[in-house]
Ligand binder design. Structure first.
Ligand code: PHE
Length: 343
């Protein structure tokens, strides 16, 4: 027993002061003390020669020794790792890097940018305005006085704290604000988000995006409007697409029209998308009503102009053959990732 305790004491000293000139001191230590043929194993082997009453105490002593050796081994391993050049273990600089997931533009943004750049080439500037609007800029100035039945065409969200405010139902409010500035001629497009109290379905949502356009100068005619929109459709959808204008009604334009393009899906033959007519509607337009010009302090005898407005969702659905408008606002990555390579 005493001999064994002496051996343990010596081993402790040796462990504490262990040093080695080997390439890997931690491994040399492990072999000497902790390996299957190491010192601690062989001391454990001596236990069988210890009397039963001393065995417990000896066990504790040997266990302490083992813990001491394991701690020292850990330290040596750490020192070893620090001493080695990093490239050896922790970091292989030759490995290819982790690929970062690339984001993609939202399809609505892609199409909006496209629309904006087409009109910019015709000299249109971009104007923006508030989404929370007063009655004057959203309705009254646009020849829609209070109680006008055409207000029902655009179900409106009012702000409950102040019913004089509403969420704009179209971006025409920006046109009014531009006209009120009194700087003529005006040639702008107004992209932005608009709100209507519509039941959400595959074809309608309570918010969506528009691009409206306004051109006011001397002698602007319906022919200018048509030519501008022909250019837009050819640039956006290609030259094979046919166009037609149908007479329509908007309070802020006179005459008014809606413009259809030949169906992109069936090429005009008739299919589900065009409800078997061969045509799909893409925008409303017309010559700015003289009352609107006068409301905005523009002399309607001297100036004339045209305006048009389209829904970006509609154009995007046609361009990418998307069947459900709700996909645009659901943030489903499986949908959004499909636009990674679109620009
Ligand atoms: N402001 C109309 C709408 O949102 C669109 C439009 C704009 C129609 C300009 C004609 C002229 O429905």
């Amino acid at each position: 027993m005493d001999d064994l305790l002496k051996l343990v004491e010596n081993s402790k000293e040796e462990i504490k002061s262990f040093s080695s000139t080997e390439k890997n001191p931690a491994e040399a230590f492990r072999i000497r003390f902790l390996g299957t043929k190491g010192l601690i194993k062989s001391l454990m082997g001596e236990m069988k020669n210890i009397s039963a009453e001393n065995r417990k105490q000896m066990g504790l002593v040997l266990n302490d020794l083992k813990l001491l050796a394991e701690k020292k081994h850990e330290e040596l391993v750490m020192m070893n790792a620090k001493g080695q050049p990093l490239i050896d273990k922790a970091l292989d600089l030759t490995l290819p890097g982790d690929t970062l997931p690339l984001g993609s533009r939202h399809p609505i943004s892609i199409v909006r940018n496209r629309i904006v750049s087409i009109f910019q080439r015709l000299g249109f500037g971009v104007a923006e305005g508030p989404e929370i609007e007063d009655d004057w800029h959203n309705f009254t100035a646009l020849n829609l006085p209070e109680n006008h039945p055409a207000r029902d065409m655009q179900d409106t969200f009012y702000v409950s704290q102040n019913p004089a405010w509403m969420l704009r139902t179209h971006t025409s409010n920006v046109q009014v604000r531009e006209m009120e500035k009194g700087k003529l001629p005006i040639r702008i497009i107004c992209p932005g988000r608009v709100y209507r109290n519509e039941t959400i379905s595959a074809r309608a949502h309570c918010f969506f995006h528009q691009v409206e356009g306004l051109y006011i100068a001397n002698n602007v005619s319906f022919a200018d409007l048509k030519q501008t929109l022909y250019f837009f459709v050819n640039e956006m959808f290609g030259e094979k697409i046919k166009i037609r204008f149908r007479p329509s009604y908007f309070p802020f334009t006179e005459p008014s029209a809606e413009m259809d393009i030949s169906c992109l899906i069936c090429g005009g033959e008739g299919c589900n998308v065009c409800k078997h007519t061969g045509w799909v509607e893409i925008l409303g337009c017309g010559m700015v009503h003289p009352n609107v010009l006068e409301n905005c302090r523009i002399d309607s005898n001297q100036y004339s102009g045209f305006a048009f407005g389209m829904g970006i969702e509609r154009i995007t659905m046609l361009k990418y053959q998307i069947k459900d408008l709700r996909l645009f606002s659901e943030n489903d990555l499986r949908f959004l990732k499909q636009f990674t390579s679109a620009v």
